[in-house]
Design a protein around this ligand. Structure first.
Ligand code: MG
Length: 223
């Protein structure tokens, strides 16, 4: 009975949005800037966080991360070496994080002590789109080897994001990838979104990414 299924799904999303709103209030009260990272497997979410944590700690800023994965604690282990709190959220098969999982993870954290909290979602461009976690900004990460058609193929995640980051731009010369196509598709879906390009491998574009994070923190960027 398809009608019933739709109703159940809407109910789940409504409950999720309610908890997301509570998360957002906690974040605002603690004055911590919360950034959600979304992207396919291998797009470089954890690598971007590694580079980011490195730079932020160099500037004396305090950050923590919540990392969602279907299984394993590998990403939290990768990020834990930066002396930041890294909490692995293992979804046990679910393809996205939900606001309630984030809410529970927050209980043991000292949010007041943080400048930034990053939430790396489970790697895919579909399920995480519908679940607000309470983050101030959602950033979609796309990498050159994934192909230049992904923005057009996964419109809902792009529509609901504040920024699109193209990673692995050092590979542009080696692949048939039309960068203009990506930006044009994204602009058509979400004219207000911020576009950034970088390479976690070479470091190109990381300063602009850090400047964007700073804008989010100071409220200069509309999130
Ligand atoms: Mg990862």
């Amino acid at each position: 009975m398809p009608v019933r299924q739709v109703q159940v799904y809407e109910k789940i999303l409504k409950a999720n949005d309610y908890v997301a709103q509570q998360n957002r209030q906690l974040f605002d009260r603690a004055k911590v800037t919360v950034v959600g990272l979304l992207g396919g497997p291998g797009s470089g979410k954890t690598s971007l966080l590694e580079r980011t944590l490195e730079k932020l700690s160099g500037e004396g800023q305090k950050a923590a991360v919540l990392v969602g994965d279907l299984a394993t604690a590998r990403d939290a282990e990768r990020l834990g070496r930066f002396e930041v709190e890294a909490v692995q959220l293992t979804t046990g098969g679910a393809c996205h994080l939900e606001a309630q999982q984030v809410h529970e993870a927050l209980q043991g954290m000292d949010l007041e002590d943080l400048d930034f909290l990053f939430i790396e979602n489970v790697g895919n461009l579909v399920c995480p789109a519908s679940y607000d976690l309470g983050e101030h900004a959602r950033v979609v990460l796309l990498s050159v080897p994934e192909g230049d058609d992904k923005v057009a193929k996964y419109p809902s995640i792009v529509r609901r994001a504040q920024a699109l980051v193209l990673n692995k731009v050092d590979l542009l010369g080696a692949m048939d990838f039309d960068e203009e196509r990506v930006w044009n598709d994204a602009r058509a879906l979400n004219p207000d979104m911020r576009f950034l390009r970088l390479s976690c491998r070479t470091g190109e574009g990381l300063d602009a990414w850090l400047a964007y994070l700073d804008e989010l923190r100071t409220g200069a960027a509309s999130a």
